[in-house]
Design a protein around this ligand. Structure first.
Ligand SMILES: NC(=O)c1ccc[n+]([C@@H]2O[C@H](COP(=O)([O-])OP(=O)(O)OC[C@H]3O[C@@H](n4cnc5c(N)ncnc54)[C@H](O)[C@@H]3O)[C@@H](O)[C@H]2O)c1
Ligand SMILES: O=CCCC(=O)C(=O)O
Length: 485
């Protein structure tokens, strides 16, 4: 029997109840009757305490050497690794993704921590020749100070870690507000940082309502940088609030990612990548394939192969070995996805498969939606323009590569895009003409490598990049130093 526990805020190195004395339940999306745990319903006083703790800790932390800060991250990585199975199970219970996906994500979290631990040993500047031959001129990097980290529920371990690890290694202290839907999993990650022995106040977590705690972080005069991943509507507000008070901000938001299947594509490869890129994690990845733009000459063959495989996808709890696709992560997400499917039908799309709630077995207790494929979709329809964040694919038929790229670019987003082709000139045209931060050739649209820059163009991103060495640009300011004896 699973027994739900209560999880506290982490402030100044201590576990603390919210000053409201209120908690809220985090629920299992595969079984809406099961409580996963209770999290704190924090108030602005709790946030104030966390920001105060981070502010107090910031001088001591920035004065530590990079390698010394790295040691703490290595220890945190070891803690996450030791508790991997427990974290994986909690993620599956709380967010719904399957155990193998949760395991892959948690292992990715460990690798990200180790990568940034190593960053503590690497160069943080360059020597630049001065016109004065008696001078030494060089750059160095200074931390921002206190960084606010606001994260979504879809990658409850990887996204918080890919923000907090670089923030810490470059000498910032952190106030973290996870998505409410996955705050229990976030609390386990904080337990790992606590066990790694980071000095009090260097990392803090406050759970609760985004409109209250998240917005107050964006507005807070003692938070010098805000890194946000989530929806476009909220991201824009966060960015505007930070800009208004002169704080640095970084936003990673939605996607409407296309895959183009060219007429010379390896169709089996393209079908598998469309399914994996579009439906893994139940389509709840910012990088998920959402539009499948297929050349008319191979359209029918591709469609038949795709349908055959999608119809065999098994829905179920992420804990069951036979499950390929879990539930949507929340009731809100469930309703949103079903309403987009209704809209797709109303606007004239043809449903080829799926389109409904998961029925039978234990599915009705959870937020299951069948894998859904539409055809007869034109680029102006709502489901071809707006991010759905669910297991819904829209097939769009085209007659040329130029038309495919024009449709692929005909959205406000530009996160990831992929093409399937064997032709080098088609690849080159795609690389040059596609509006996307992540350009993928003969590979699915999802999938992020922690050592490479990650982010989008247009409204997917605020222009900066996360992960890899690119992270240093957001989490530090450059100092140009001129020394003359
Ligand atoms: N581009 C990327 O890297 C990326 C990655 C994952 C998810 N996403 C996007 O995230 C979205 C799904 O996540 P979500 O539903 O949790 O998004 P969301 O914007 O509702 O919430 C994201 C976070 O912001 C907080 N928040 C809510 N209102 C706030 C406010 N007024 N001020 C400050 N913070 C506030 C939430 O509590 C949560 O922690 C999708 O649109 C998806 O594309 C993008
Ligand atoms: O949801 C955004 C992150 C996507 C990601 O990490 C992946 O595609 O692997």
């Amino acid at each position: 029997m699973f027994e739900p526990q209560t999880f506290l805020n982490y402030i100044g190195g201590e576990w603390k109840s919210a000053s409201s004395n209120l908690v809220e339940a985090s629920m299992n999306p595969a079984n809406r009757h099961e409580t996963v745990g209770y999290i704190q319903k924090s108030t602005l006083d709790d946030l104030e305490e966390a920001v105060g703790a981070a502010k107090e800790a910031k001088m001591g932390w920035r004065k530590l050497s990079g390698p010394a800060r790295g040691e703490f991250l290595f220890k945190a990585a070891n803690q996450v690794e030791q508790r991997l199975d427990e974290i994986v199970e909690m993620m599956t219970r709380e967010m719904g993704k399957t155990l193998p996906e949760a395991k892959g994500e948690t292992a990715r979290g460990v690798a990200i921590l180790r990568y940034y631990a190593g960053e503590g040993m690497r160069s943080i500047g360059n020597v630049i020749p001065s016109t004065d031959d008696a001078a030494l001129m060089f750059t160095s990097r200074a931390p921002l100070g206190v960084v606010g980290v606001i994260t979504p529920w879809n990658f409850p371990v990887a996204i918080p870690i890919w923000k907090m690890a670089p923030a810490l290694i470059y000498g910032n202290t952190v106030v973290f507000k996870p998505a409410q839907e996955t705050s229990v999993t976030a609390a386990l990650i904080m337990e790992c940082f606590h066990a790694a022995g980071l000095p009090a106040g260097v990392i803090n977590m406050v759970t609760g309502d985004g409109g209250l705690i998240g917005q107050a972080m964006a507005d807070h005069p003692d938070i010098q940088g805000i890194t946000f991943t989530g929806s476009n509507a909220v991201g824009k507000r966060v960015g505007q609030s930070a800009l208004a008070r002169g704080a640095k901000y970084q936003l990673e938001m939605g996607g409407k990612n296309p895959v183009i299947v060219a007429r010379d594509a390896d169709l089996d490869l393209a079908v598998d990548a469309t399914i994996s890129g579009g439906l893994k994690s139940t389509g709840q990845k910012c990088t998920a394939t959402s539009r499948v733009i297929v050349h008319s000459e191979i359209y029918e063959a591709f469609k038949m192969k795709l349908l055959e495989k999608v119809q065999n996808i098994r829905l179920g709890s992420g804990f069951e070995a036979a499950t390929w696709m879990g539930p949507l992560a929340s009731e809100n997400q469930f309703r949103t996805v079903l309403s987009y499917i209704t809209k797709g039908v109303e606007e004239g799309g043809t449903l080829l498969c799926g389109g409904g709630k998961g029925l039978g077995r234990d599915l009705e207790a959870g937020y299951f939606v069948e894998p859904t494929i539409f055809e007869n979709i034109s680029s102006s329809m709502t489901i071809a323009q707006e991010e759905i964040f669910g297991p819904v694919l829209a097939l769009i038929k085209v007659d040329s590569l130029e038309e495919a790229i024009q449709i692929a670019n005909d959205v406000k987003f530009g996160l990831s895009a992929s093409i399937f082709t064997r032709d080098i000139s088609t690849m080159l045209t795609f690389m040059q003409d596609i509006d996307a931060g992540m350009v993928r050739i003969n590979a699915e649209s999802a999938g992020v490598e922690l050592q490479a820059p990650f982010g989008g163009v247009k409204q997917s991103s605020s222009g900066s990049r996360e992960q890899g060495q690119a992270a240093i640009e957001f989490y530090t300011d450059i100092k140009t130093i001129f020394v003359k004896a």
